[in-house]
Design a protein around this ligand. Structure first.
Ligand code: AMP
Ligand code: MG
Length: 403
């Protein structure tokens, strides 16, 4: 039996990064930059005032000195003249510093001396309230590396540098196939003996959540030919993810169907609970995953194996969810010989996180997944007692429920 780490290594060693494309700036949010960004601009382009006040020569300043007012400069225009000895120029926040001046006195720190002069209360230091040219970005600075995940601050930086379009890695199209004679798809009322199709939708949502593009292949019955036909329809997908029918039962046709469609597959038993065997391989160079059918098993195996693969394809370097150490709020037990990935809530208690099982850990209990903030990783045949530490993979934003 493989460990989760061995299975993930085998997957990640076989996925390749998607080709790149250029997208509109705002469409690059959440995507991964495919090329480094080197600034061709100086930001700010010229020294400017950080206050409304008066541009002066610091050497001229002292208590009681009066300076002649020789003009005015606002943001958006260049100063019409320079500031000479004994002179000051009215200036506003963001306006370029006039040549000759090297400091700004905020307007609240002077006394006006008629319309034509200001009277100083003290000395000012050179460079006071002046933002130097290139203070933020220098021409030639490598400001963003390839592989950067584009968030709001990166969008602002790219806009500052004039990027109307941004080179990013393509988002993989991920075809999702549910298999099972018992499945009634959304929009049809399950007949006696049928159950509603859950996995197509939870998996498509998981694909969307990590930034890839889901495509539904619907539901195929438990028949190798029918499954193979659906798989062949997914020609323009970059990745195929199926659920159910992947163990070694009489009605488990996914592996055979994928193979007759041309896939080269490995069927693995991975030491994890929930999760039965999973299959992984390549179909004409594209990754294919056969996940188990129980709704929680499908979601958890997606988390551990498919999500990192999709993130790697999209150019991400960090493909693992964050983990934290939490204190068990009540005993967490993982009987049996497989490592447990158990659904827990996370609550804050002072500086600590407290992890508590969300309830019945059966692989069909989707409501315990709904309640979960994380997956507690528990070694085989282990009971973590209340108060002991446990590693938790954080699977959702902790803001709404814990902060
Ligand atoms: P299997 O892997 O085919 O043995 O399926 C395991 C369990 O998951 C069975 O109880 C199936 O009915 C259930 N199951 C399989 N596919 C789905 C699905 N798309 N939605 C909800 N339950 C499913
Ligand atoms: Mg089945």
């Amino acid at each position: 039996m493989l460990s989760v780490e061995e299975a993930l290594d085998a997957i990640l060693s076989r996925v390749v990064v998607m080709p790149t494309e250029r997208v509109e700036l705002m469409a690059s949010l959440g995507r991964v930059l495919a090329e480094p960004v080197v600034s061709h601009r100086e930001i700010p382009p010229w020294a400017n005032s950080s206050m409304d006040g008066y541009a002066v020569r610091a050497a001229d300043t002292a208590a009681g000195v009066s300076l002649a007012l020789v003009g005015r400069v606002e943001a958006g225009v260049l100063p019409a003249r320079t500031v000479g000895a004994g002179e000051a120029m009215r200036i506003f926040t963001g306006a370029p510093m006039p040549a000759g001046a090297d400091a700004v006195i905020p307007q609240e720190d002077i006394d006006t001396d008629g319309e034509r002069a200001i009277s100083l209360r003290g000395r000012v230091a050179p460079a006071a309230y002046v933002r130097p040219a290139g203070e933020d970005i220098r021409r030639g600075d490598a400001v963003l590396g390839a592989g950067t995940v584009i968030a709001a601050a990166e969008i602002g930086l790219l806009a500052t540098l004039g990027y109307t379009q941004v080179p990013v890695y393509r988002r993989p199209r991920v075809a999702i196939l549910s298999t099972g004679n018992e499945l009634a798809d959304l929009g049809t009322e399950p007949k006696p003996g049928q159950i509603p199709n859950t996995n197509t939708y939870s998996l498509m949502a998981q694909v969307l959540e990590c930034g890839a593009i889901p495509m539904s292949l619907g539901v195929a019955p438990d028949a190798a030919g029918a499954i193979e036909a659906r798989v062949r329809q997914a020609r323009d997908a970059d990745v195929l993810v199926s659920s159910a029918g992947v163990s070694v039962g009489d009605l488990d046709f996914v592996k055979a169907a994928l193979e007759s469609a041309g896939a080269e597959l490995h069927l693995w038993r991975v030491s994890m609970r929930p999760g039965k065997p999973i299959t992984f391989g390549s179909l004409h160079g594209r990754p294919v995953f056969g996940l188990p059918g129980n709704p929680v098993s499908a979601m958890v195996t997606y988390e551990l194996f498919v999500r990192p693969a999709l993130l790697a394809m999209m150019g991400r370097r960090a493909v693992q969810r964050p983990r934290l150490r939490a204190r068990a709020g009540a005993p967490i037990s993982n009987p049996g010989s497989r490592r447990g990935y158990l659904r827990v809530t996370l609550a804050r208690d002072g500086g600590d996180f407290v992890a508590t099982l969300t309830g019945d850990q059966g692989s069909g209990i989707l409501r315990s997944m709904v309640a979960a903030d994380g997956l507690a990783v528990v070694q085989p045949d282990t009971v973590i007692q209340a108060g002991e530490q446990v590693d938790v993979i954080v699977v959702r934003s902790l803001e709404p429920r814990s902060l």
